[in-house]
Design a binder for this molecule. Structure first.
Ligand code: VLZ
Length: 135
């Protein structure tokens, strides 16, 4: 466990989220609702077990996994696709690859000072989110 990302984190900036939702074919009405949502990320890291909850007033999304092991991910309430997903450490970054019909899909979490960063990517689109610890 290179770093501990555990905690409750509140979204502070969200660059290109609209483009990320578009490339996932999320419909216009959903995008308009989701665009300005406050998002809270709850990360529970225990050795090689990891749970990540993304909470909002509109929809919640949760994954639980073992780091390094591929699992079936169903992106329920997001783009509702089946993916073959694997999360592993690349140095101090937690890196996820999501194999499915969309190329170059995945995400990456890392810490910078007291901020939690997240890049969500798909094809040529990158969304960059920064979270601060909930007080
Ligand atoms: O997070 O992939 O932390 O799963 C947006 C929820 C979540 C708000 C976006 C409602 C995906 C959106 C977050 C309705 C379309 C994500 C991973 C990395 C863990």
């Amino acid at each position: 466990m290179p770093v501990d990302l555990s905690g409750t984190w509140v979204l502070e900036t969200n660059d290109n989220f609209e483009e990320y939702m578009k490339i996932l074919n999320i419909d216009l009405v959903t995008r308009k609702i989701a665009a300005h949502l406050s998002q809270t990320k709850i990360i529970i890291q225990d050795e090689d077990k990891l749970t990540i909850k993304t909470l909002s007033t509109f929809r919640n999304y949760e994954i639980s996994l073992t780091i390094g092991e591929e699992f079936d991910e169903y992106t329920k309430g997001l783009d509702s696709r089946m993916l073959k997903t694997r999360v592993s450490w690349e140095g101090d970054a937690l890196v996820c690859t999501q194999k499915g019909e969309k190329a170059n899909r995945g995400w990456r979490h890392w810490l910078e000072g007291d901020k939690l960063h997240l890049e969500l990517y798909c094809e040529d689109v990158v969304c960059h989110q920064v979270f601060t610890r909930k007080q």
